[in-house]
Design a protein around this ligand. Structure first.
Ligand code: SF4
Ligand code: SF4
Length: 180
């Protein structure tokens, strides 16, 4: 029984001398290669050239700070529970006296990690967060040769404190570092 109309009956007939020489097949193959040299290229020279991305693109997460520069995240764990890929892990800690300028809530994440290889960029962590602490941005996660480099900790997730290091998440697609 044929599953598609593209199946072919295999021929067992003996190859001719020309076919056994492989030369015509090589010339034909080279002809196809040469013809592609003059066609419009479908590849782009990333990262020098970047494709336009959809306005709703979801990429590299950011952990936001409030207007006073304090981390919004209170390590409640709701984002980790909502994550279908189990990509988020964190360690909660109590805010110490004197650290009120660092963390907005009495509890904060001393460790917060996202496994960017497990993440499917669904955005459920953003939706689950009651503190407007985590957002997905239009930044593309950079490529790397080592798997362990895709475990993003707070150093890669928390936005900077200075105005030029803040990340605008007001409009999806407008999320970017100010210097970009
Ligand atoms: S975007 Fe989705 S998969 Fe990625 S960390 Fe958030 S909830 Fe998990
Ligand atoms: S990012 Fe939001 S949901 Fe996740 S632990 Fe922090 S406050 Fe909770």
């Amino acid at each position: 029984m044929q599953l598609t109309n593209r199946s072919k009956v295999v021929s067992n007939k003996e190859m001719t001398l020309m076919e056994r020489a492989y030369l015509p097949a090589i010339v034909k193959g080279m002809g196809i290669t040469l013809s592609h040299l003059f066609k419009k290229k479908v590849t782009i020279q990333y990262p020098e050239v970047k494709r336009p991305i959809a306005p709703v693109y979801r990429g590299w997460h950011v952990l936001k700070r409030d207007e006073q520069g304090r981390e919004n995240c209170t390590a409640c764990g709701l984002c980790a529970v909502a994550c279908p890929a189990e990509a988020i892990t964190m360690t909660a800690a109590e805010r110490k006296p004197g650290d009120e300028n660092l963390y907005r809530e009495e509890k904060y994440a001393s460790v917060y990690e996202i496994n960017m290889l497990r993440c499917i960029y669904c955005g459920l962590c953003e939706e689950a967060c009651p503190k407007e602490a985590i957002f997905l941005t239009d930044r593309i996660v950079p490529s790397d040769m080592l798997r362990q480099n895709f475990i993003f900790g707070k150093d890669k997730l928390v936005e900077g404190t200075t105005a030029d290091k803040r990340i605008d998440v007001g409009v999806r697609g407008g999320a970017h570092r100010k210097e970009d």
